[in-house]
Design a protein around this ligand. Sequence first.
Ligand SMILES: *Cc1c(COP(=O)(O)O)cnc(C)c1O
Length: 476
Amino acid sequence: MARTETLARLRNLPSVDEVMRAEAASLAVDRFGRSAVVSAVRGALTEARKNGKAETAAHDADHFAAAALTRLDAEAAPRLKPIFNLTGTILHTNLGRALLAEEAVAAATKAMREYVALEFDLDGGKRGERDDHLRGLLCELTGAEDATAVNNNAAAVMLVLNTLAKGKESIVSRGELIEIGGAFRMPEIMSRAGTKLKEVGTTNRTHKKDYIAAIGPKTGLMLKVHTSNYRIQGFVAGVSPRDLAAIARAGKIPLVNDLGSGTLIDLSRFGIAHEPTVAEAVKEGADLVTFSGDKLLGGPQAGFIVGRKALIEMINRNPMKRALRLDKIRIAALEATLRLYRDPDRLAARLPTLRLLARPLPEIESLASRLVPAVSSRLGAAFSVQAKRCKSQIGSGSLPLETIESTALVIHPSGGRGEGRALAALAAAFRRLPLPVIGRIEDQSLVLDLRCLEDEKGFVENLAKLAFSETAHVRA
Ligand SMILES: *Cc1c(COP(=O)(O)O)cnc(C)c1O
């Protein structure tokens, strides 16, 4: 395009006022307010001016008003989108971990709308403590003397180390120096908490005598860490929690057990391997036990510290506690979640984490057989869709070796060449859906594990919007 022609076009751009008089602009003003629309219109005009080569017939006010509306619509969609988690990992840290029970959702919603007696003792009319709402339930469910709750389990561990071992040594077995995803590394947490790591034993074997030899005047505490996301197998030796407790007691130092996931009930009744319960850890003699709220427990993000009253009181006096505290919304959700544990028989029906974990295989299989034709006809001949057995996992470092039989839709590109590209394009198309579908790529296939798919109707409706034109040219 000649330069003079371009300049003429730019002169032809409508003014902001002209665009604001267009019909789409008044529609946009109703929805987003005048100032947002004016700035979106300015943005659209600036862009056209910058590009200098805006499409021929598109210079009128209506065009720019519509462009501004489209832009504002896109910006209004939440960044934090609900998705279909078909990864096969029930507690996926990147996808928000546990889904809350309806009871917890209702309690949190109510707490958001209303004033609540968060730190107010209704009996005496005096100031109360926010821990009061959870203490009773936590003590009842774990057998501990006292309890407190903070932002997450990483915060719980940090707070315990800082309270009991600041300027002192913390004894840990070399086999338990864990790294959990997202930069939670025990040695680094320790140094930030102001305690000195005192490693004992070796990676695969740690003995009673190693712990005993490490105890000295500088010792602040002994820490046992649940190796949540790995197992050391073969020529291994560790010290049982009971023996550790006896050694700690003899050395007059506290024993802290970081359980990580920490379940409140025995999972073997759901056909899952036995994971140490918090009550067991308390009974075995740990002075403090720390665990997460949003792993197997199935609540919102939180970290719990339960154990001896004198130690919990010290923790509550640490100024860091204030920086790590929970808000009323999560306390309400936690209280409602913990209450469900008083009726273990109905827990699997009410707590989504357990419901998904215990979901019967035949139910998932029949869901798969209903979905194969729907997905297959949507994708056409470019892909084969089959229902296949697969293995779900619990996730978030809970029972790392434990898998649960499940069924997946396994989608494989039909063509020989360009398979990888077709597969990547398909996975991207699923991620771009109004309700993005997240699966996993395995053996040149997109695997959609159906264990966590409960809204079948929503999934099928969503599927109709699958736009995979990019895969169409791969087919050609
Ligand atoms: C998961 C985990 C943590 C961290 O807990 P968050 O609730 O994610 O902060 C700490 N220790 C262990 C052993 C864990 O498994």
